[in-house]
Design a protein around this ligand. Structure first.
Ligand code: FES
Length: 204
């Protein structure tokens, strides 16, 4: 005997009736709706991820906005103002790192330099604005004067910067990226954020 199913739409109720006596004869609208929803949801998810990873990545960003926010734009305590010197000192920024599924505590998320001249404290991101290599401190020939002196330099493409962050030659499209500093009760806080490499404008 062949199995014959028919669908009856009656008002708001949908019934599936089968002439196979071994099969359930009636399913409620609630069961059908739940099953249909799952089928549609799975199909939609597979379809979206199949046609474009960027869409899935975008979804992740919407679901986990903290992933972006925790990486930038907040003040971190570094040291006391009395511990600072005219020669820049390097500090690591440690914070939790979060991806779509996990949060890893105590991860190094960046580095910066801080110095004090008189009572003025300044801070600079430790990544080169040209292409993001780690800035170093060392004795180099000043391309302006030809004198050997201590300065910031980038080992990747030989960019040089004064300790106040200004460029000494033209490889980098802009000066070192300064960071906002605040002093509270003798403690130094720096707002750490990342900027776009390779462009003249300083922007996040
Ligand atoms: S990355 Fe620093 S000069 Fe190119």
């Amino acid at each position: 005997m062949s199995k014959k199913n028919r669908v009856i739409v009656s008002g708001e109720n949908i019934e599936i009736v089968s002439d196979n006596s071994n099969a359930p004869s009636i399913e409620t609208k609630e069961n059908n709706s739940r099953r249909d929803f799952i089928k549609v949801a799975v199909a939609a998810g597979v379809g979206v991820c199949a046609v474009g990873t960027p869409i899935c990545a975008g979804t992740r960003m919407v679901l986990a906005p903290g992933f972006q926010e925790s990486q930038a734009g907040q003040f971190y305590p570094l040291t006391t103002i009395n511990a600072l010197t005219e020669k820049p000192q390097k500090f690591a920024i440690v914070d939790s790192k979060r991806d779509a599924w996990t949060t890893l505590p105590d991860q190094k998320i960046g580095s910066l330099f801080v110095r004090k001249v008189g009572s003025e404290v300044s801070a600079f991101h430790a990544l080169c604005p040209h292409a993001g290599c780690m800035i170093q401190i060392g004795t180099k020939k000043n391309p302006k004067t030809g004198n050997e002196e201590e300065m910031f330099y980038c080992p990747c493409h030989a960019a040089h910067f004064r300790f106040d962050g200004t460029r000494l030659d033209g490889v980098s499209p802009r000066d070192l990226d300064s960071l906002e500093v605040k002093i509270e009760n003798g403690n130094v806080f720096v707002k750490f954020e990342n900027f776009t490499f390779g462009i003249a404008e300083k922007r996040t």
